[in-house]
Design a protein around this ligand. Structure first.
Ligand code: PGA
Length: 268
């Protein structure tokens, strides 16, 4: 696990956009795993800016989103499909035919939809770079605490905490879904590289459990301890509870100078 602690949420977005840019320069047809929520919005804004400045193109990119609500039509502004169109897809040159969310219509069998999503990801060659946020309860995607660490795309029931955390995004009269289709933990772990973004004090507890706690289904993000190429990007506020902070800062400096030496960021 590489833990990178930056001063602000803005710096987190800039750093993450840089990694996406480096990947797309070397692999213009890369497969991206994308997340929704408040955290990646700054990253998407930065990617849009880089696209408008001619620094990056998504023309040949394929994307798979982590999750989608059940019982919310794709054209409903609350769907994650709508979020992605609004925050990113409508603002860049990606071919929407190559963008996928695990949406399950009312008349569809979620098991079959989940299987199809997994097959589609495999057919696309697997995810090269998976962007993740983290829930206040340690979830990744909508894999809530106690989710099987070996799970694949399926339906999950959202916890009270997740419903509470997300209630800010719904008006009082609006239907707030309690179920979602989500990539499983094993689906996420299959990505070749993982980039998890966490910003703000509300994430500090989940962050320390993910990085320094035991590997446990009660903190699904702790599975990233087992991933061979996971980078955790934090702002200062999300990093306040880390015990091993000095080491992460030291390792970050060493890694940056190694990357410079071996030209990892040359493409930028
Ligand atoms: P947030 O959600 O970015 O809106 O905090 C993160 C998540 O629940 O994964």
């Amino acid at each position: 696990m590489e833990v990178v602690i930056l001063k602000s949420a803005d710096e987190v977005a800039i750093y993450a956009a840089k990694l996406v840019g480096v990947l797309l320069k070397s692999e213009p047809g890369a497969v991206l795993g994308l997340a929704t929520g408040s955290t990646p919005q700054a990253l998407y804004r930065r990617l849009v800016t880089n696209y408008r400045d001619g620094k990056i193109s998504f023309k040949n990119v394929t994307s798979f989103n982590l999750d989608e609500y059940l019982g919310v039509a794709q054209d409903n502004p609350q769907s994650y499909r709508s979020y992605m169109n609004r925050e990113l897809f409508d603002l860049i040159d990606i071919d929407k035919q190559n963008t996928f969310v695990p949406d399950c219509k009312d008349n569809e069998n979620p098991r079959e939809v989940g299987q199809r999503y997994e097959d589609r990801m495999r057919l696309a060659g697997g995810v090269d770079l998976q962007i993740l946020g983290i829930g206040g309860n340690g979830h990744i995607g909508f894999n809530e605490p106690s989710s099987s660490l070996g799970s694949r795309t399926r339906v999950k029931t959202l916890t009270r905490q997740t419903l509470h955390d997300n209630s800010r995004l719904f008006t009082k009269d609006e239907f707030q879904p309690k179920l979602a289709m989500t990539m499983g933990i094993a689906s996420i772990m299959a990505a070749r590289k993982i980039l998890l973004l966490a910003t703000g004090a509300g994430k500090a507890d989940a962050v320390v459990r993910m990085i320094e706690g035991p590997l446990t289904a009660m903190c699904p993000a702790s599975i990233l301890q087992m991933h061979e190429d996971a980078t955790i990007l934090l702002d200062e506020q999300a990093a306040t509870q880390l015990q091993n902070r000095d080491y992460y800062d030291l390792a970050y400096l060493q890694n940056e100078s190694l990357k410079e030496r071996f030209g990892v960021f040359d493409a930028d």
